[in-house]
Structures are given as structure tokens and as C-alpha cells.
Design a protein around this ligand. Structure first.
Ligand SMILES: O=C(O)CCC(=O)C(=O)O
Length: 292
């Protein structure tokens, strides 16, 4: 879905944009199926090891992960994009509807940044760990300084309806104009230093329905809040930028996702993407991911 000039203008002024219906249910289904199948396999492995008793086979995508997580947190191990490296996910990274929206913000030569995550945020009664309840930060803080001038756009995509109750994102509008704010580590998480957190601007929650997206500037402070429901808040956070600009994670593989000037440069080879991640992970053990 191409963004309207008004949407682009809002993004440029506020540093974020909530856009509904960026991708269709049909676009998301292969990713949901891939994750459902993976969770089923992982649950069986853990059952075999005696870590879980009930496979919860009758539970739908929205709740099964939570029921399994309640039995063993190990169910979440290995499911992030770089670890699972699924074919459906690789295809989704070049989803034409998503890239049409991204193109409206960064132009037609688009690199897929390797900072990309799937998040299955469990009910807060089960976990409040930092990966699921990310404290205030700017995404610039999770890149190396080499990417300070790269126009990296975060695309936060809802795989289920994201609401205040289940822990949607919150953003602080307009603050991107202040540039990078000092970050530090708190309980292992990268977060804006309390003295640097803008006091004058009010945070706003950004609920969005399944298939919609929250686009964020790299200097937009954002956080995610606890999930007070019994279901899982599933989302993807992907990042795109103009081709040829540094990604801030030079040790992880980027690729060209769209190119009008030279379509032959687009990576469409799933095995090659998978291979690049395997190689990068093997060669970058111990690398510093965040700048703080
Ligand atoms: O999805 C979340 O809960 C956190 C996502 C986030 O912080 C990000 O996309 O940078």
C-alpha cells in the first residue's frame, strides 16, 4: 500500500505514523503458518525432553504460545527471524504491499536492514522480561554509530490486533527532531537515560489492527507496555533504509529488497539469505550489537 502525501507529511513531522491495512491477511498467513508449524515442532521436542506436559494442540495461533510458555520458557528459544530463518519470512521481507509503503518514505532503492524481530509477547502474568516490555529507547541506540545518517525506518507490523490492553507500542511524537538522546544500560536493556528523557512531550499509545503498521523514525522514542490479556501480542519489527547506506550492524547480512534502477540486485534466493545468516552468526559471536 502506497502511503498518501498526508501520511508521509505526518511521518516527517511527528516521527511516526500508524497506517492500517498495510498488508493483507493473505500476505501474513504464510508467516503465521510457518510460526505455527515451528511452535508445534518445538513443543513436541520439549515434551520429549519432559519440559512440557500439554501440547495445547487445540489452541489457536493467538494463544497457543502463551499456554506453552506457561509450561516452559524454552518454547521461545530459537524463534527470532535470524534464528528460524524461514522461507515464508524471507518472502515477507520483500512483500510488495509493505515495500510500497516503505518506498513512500525512503524511495525506490531499498535495503532490508538486518535488525528484524518477531515478538510473541506473553501475558504479563507469565513474563515481563525486557525483550517483550522494551523500555524507552530510540532505534538509533541499537545500531553502531556508522548508521547515524542512514534513514532507517522501523516498520512495526501487527500480526494480531495490538491494543493498549495487550501491550501495543507507545511513542513520543515530534521528539525525533532532538536527534540522538543519551542511552544507558538498565537491567541489561538499552534505554534512554532518565535525565535525557523529554519531559515536555506526552507519550501516545499506538494501537493498530492486524496487518497494520507503525512506522517510526530512528530517533523516535518508543517503548512497549505490558500485555494484560491472556493471549499473545504477536508482531514483527522490521527496518528498511535507502540502499547503499550503512545499517549499523555491519556483521549481520543486509540485502536489497527493492530496486527500480536495477531489479537484478534484489535478493530473491532464499538459500543464499539463509546461508548469509548462518555464516554471519558463526563469525560474529560476541560482537557488540548496541552502541551502549
Ligand atoms: O514490539 C515490541 O514490543 C518492541 C519493539 C521495539 O522496541 C522496536 O521495534 O524497536
Amino acid at each position: 500500500m502506497k502511503l498518501t502525501p498526508e501520511q508521509c507529511e505526518f511521518f516527517r513531522s511527528e516521527g511516526y505514523l500508524v497506517a492500517e491495512n498495510v498488508v493483507t491477511a493473505a500476505d501474513l498467513q504464510p508467516v503465521i503458518d510457518e510460526y505455527s508449524e515451528w511452535i508445534d515442532r518445538r513443543a513436541r521436542e520439549l515434551q520429549h525432553q519432559g519440559a512440557i506436559q500439554d501440547l495445547c494442540e487445540a489452541e489457536p495461533f493467538e494463544t497457543r504460545f502463551a499456554r506453552l510458555y506457561a509450561q516452559s520458557r524454552e518454547i521461545a528459544h530459537g524463534m527470532d527471524i535470524m534464528q528460524l530463518r524461514g522461507r515464508a519470512m524471507f518472502e515477507f521481507l520483500r512483500n510488495p504491499n509493505l515495500l510500497d509503503a516503505v518506498e513512500s518514505l525512503v524511495g525506490s532503492e531499498i535495503t532490508c536492514n538486518p535488525i528484524q524481530h518477531v515478538r510473541a509477547k506473553p501475558p504479563s502474568s507469565l513474563s515481563n522480561e525486557g525483550y517483550y516490555n522494551v523500555p524507552w529507547h530510540q532505534d538509533m541506540a541499537v545500531t553502531w554509530e556508522e548508521a547515524d545518517h542512514s534513514d532507517i525506518i522501523t516498520c512495526w507490523i501487527a500480526l494480531v490486533d495490538a491494543k493498549v490492553e495487550n501491550g501495543c507500542m507507545e511513542v513520543i511524537p515530534g521528539v525525533w527532531k532532538q536527534g540522538y538522546l543519551e542511552h544507558h544500560k538498565e537491567n541489561g536493556d538499552t534505554t534512554i537515560h532518565p535525565d535525557a528523557l523529554p519531559k515536555e512531550a506526552q507519550p501516545v499509545p499506538v494501537p493498530v489492527k492486524r496487518g497494520g503498521a507503525v512506522f517510526m523514525h530512528r530517533c523516535t522514542p518508543h517503548r512497549s507496555t505490558p500485555n494484560f490479556t491472556e493471549a499473545v501480542r504477536w508482531s514483527l519489527d522490521l527496518r528498511y533504509q535507502p540502499a547503499g547506506t550503512p545499517t549499523g550492524r555491519p556483521f549481520h547480512p543486509e540485502f536489497i529488497a527493492r530496486s527500480q534502477a536495477n531489479p537484478g540486485r534484489v535478493l530473491t534466493d532464499y538459500d543464499e539469505w539463509r546461508r548469509r545468516w548462518e555464516e554471519a552468526l558463526a563469525n560474529s559471536a560476541g560482537a557488540r550489537w548496541h552502541r551502549v
